[in-house]
Design a protein around this ligand. Structure first.
Ligand code: PLP
Length: 437
């Protein structure tokens, strides 16, 4: 194992090392089934991470494996220049199930590419160029547009300058409200401030507002209920497009097929990815038909985009979620999990906040419930100890590195959630004993 780690560090860029969950003793995985992962030594873990939201349908899903085998036997690859059945079927399916008039798709490989495509479409369609996004939002790192929209200053360090024309407004993070206000007395200032941004920043050429319907990387933070209604009013009265970035939240995870369906508003452009490929790289930018029909001269190309292998798997992923209403399962299991975590929060002062939507849950750890000082050291302790107890628990995440971002596969069982809750309780007890004496 030591040899493998040394080779990893010799042959892969150091950014791999800084990303790994377990810094000293990295976990080498060999196998996965359902919501269970296995390491090289045969140890088993309940997975609450889903490989950064990707494995919503779990590991080794029989229909996904079967589809891959079948498609590989037929046609493994083709480019946009040729038509294929899997691509057409997928586009038609998405047109039927996505909300509002989202009808025309373009398939890409990653979330960043889908976001980049959405940004370019919004500029080309509106002939305007400014883009507004939120503090703490995450829209990707692979391309400069996605990175410029991302609201993390760290993501921009040493590789700037970012693109011009990107404006940020405060996020909807109620537990740590930037205005130090309480909902609902705040009267949704974090949404209404968009009007000020239009008035005082930029030059009146705003093409689009891009937003996550639940902030994922910042710590699985849902917005206040009426947030999007308020935002939408401002966008409509200023002719600004609404880009709904559902790369993490889309396709069932939050308890609806698409997370924006919680809020009764209609996006003009939507991006999806992660869950879509069931582990294969594919993403999509889906646009309102009136925008799509006007994009004759839109030139966006990525060689792997829309290939038949990824599209055939995506078809099965969408069918499995839609036909089996797996979003309802996500809602039910999510409520069950959140309930268990809320009960723990009453017993353990380390837990400052439990929030979430379906199987996209954030547990915020704090040193003191009054000061809300982020419990970063405690989070790292919990991350490591959870592994010893057979749980992949993504602790130490979010903006302040103190959130457990719980996003298990939807195939997780209630028994596995109970087991996970028991382990989390043990961890809370041990951490409180260790850090709160
Ligand atoms: C909301 C959102 N948009 C875009 C992206 C970028 O996706 P990718 O890493 O596939 O480029 C992410 C990745 O986590 C994301 O959470």
């Amino acid at each position: 194992m030591r040899k493998e780690i040394e080779k990893y560090e010799k042959y892969l860029l150091p950014s791999i090392k800084s990303r790994r969950f377990y810094k000293e003793k990295p976990l080498m995985l060999t196998n996965g089934e359902g919501a269970i992962l296995k390491d090289i030594k045969g140890n088993e873990y309940i997975d609450l991470f889903s490989m950064n939201y990707i494995m919503f349908l779990g590991y080794k899903h029989p229909e996904i494996l079967e589809t891959i085998k079948r498609q590989v036997d037929k046609l493994i690859f083709s480019v946009y220049e040729f038509h294929t059945e899997p691509q057409l079927k997928l586009a038609e399916k998405l047109a039927k199930i996505t909300p509002s008039n989202l009808r025309m798709s373009y398939f890409l490989n990653s979330g960043s590419e889908a976001v980049e495509c959405a940004l370019m479409i919004s500029r080309q369609y509106t002939k305007k160029y400014e883009i507004i996004s939120l503090y703490g939002s995450y829209h990707g790192k692979t391309t400069y547009g996605a990175r410029s929209a991302t609201g993390w200053s760290k993501a921009k360090r040493y590789i700037g300058p970012m693109l011009s024309g990107f404006i940020k407004i405060p996020w909807y993070y109620c537990y740590r409200c930037i205005f130090k206000m309480e909902y609902p007395e705040c009267d949704l200032l974090c949404a209404k401030i968009l009007e000020d941004a239009l008035k005082y920043q930029g030059d009146g050429s705003v093409a689009a507002f891009i937003v996550e319907p639940i902030l994922g990387s910042a710590g699985n933070i849902p917005p206040p209920k009426e947030y999007f209604i308020e935002i939408n009013k401002i966008l409509n009265s200023n002719d600004i497009l609404f880009i709904d970035d559902e790369i993490t939240a889309g396709l069932g995870r939050t308890g609806r097929m698409f997370a924006i369906e919680h809020y009764n508003v209609k996006p003009d452009i939507m991006t999806i990815g992660k869950t879509l490929g069931g582990g294969l790289p594919i993403s999509a930018t889906i646009v309102d038909e009136k925008i799509g029909e006007s994009l004759d001269s839109f030139d966006y190309y990525v060689t792997y985009g829309g290939n038949p292998l990824a599209c055939s798997v995506a078809n099965v992923v969408v069918d499995l979620i839609w036909n089996n209403k797996l979003y309802k399962r996500a809602e039910k299991l999510g409520n069950y999990f959140i309930q268990g975590l809320k009960e723990l929060s009453e017993r353990y002062p380390l837990i400052g906040d439990v929030r979430g939507c379906g199987l996209m849950i954030g547990v915020e750890l704090v040193k003191d419930v009054r000061t809300k000082k982020p419990a970063q050291e405690e989070s790292l302790y919990i991350l490591e100890k959870a592994r010893e107890k057979g749980l992949i628990l993504p602790a130490g995440r979010g903006w302040f590195k103190n959130v457990i971002r719980i996003n298990p596969p939807v195939v997780i069982t209630e028994e596995q959630i109970d087991k996970a809750l028991n382990i989390i309780e043990e961890l809370m007890r041990e951490a409180c004993r260790r850090f709160y004496r």
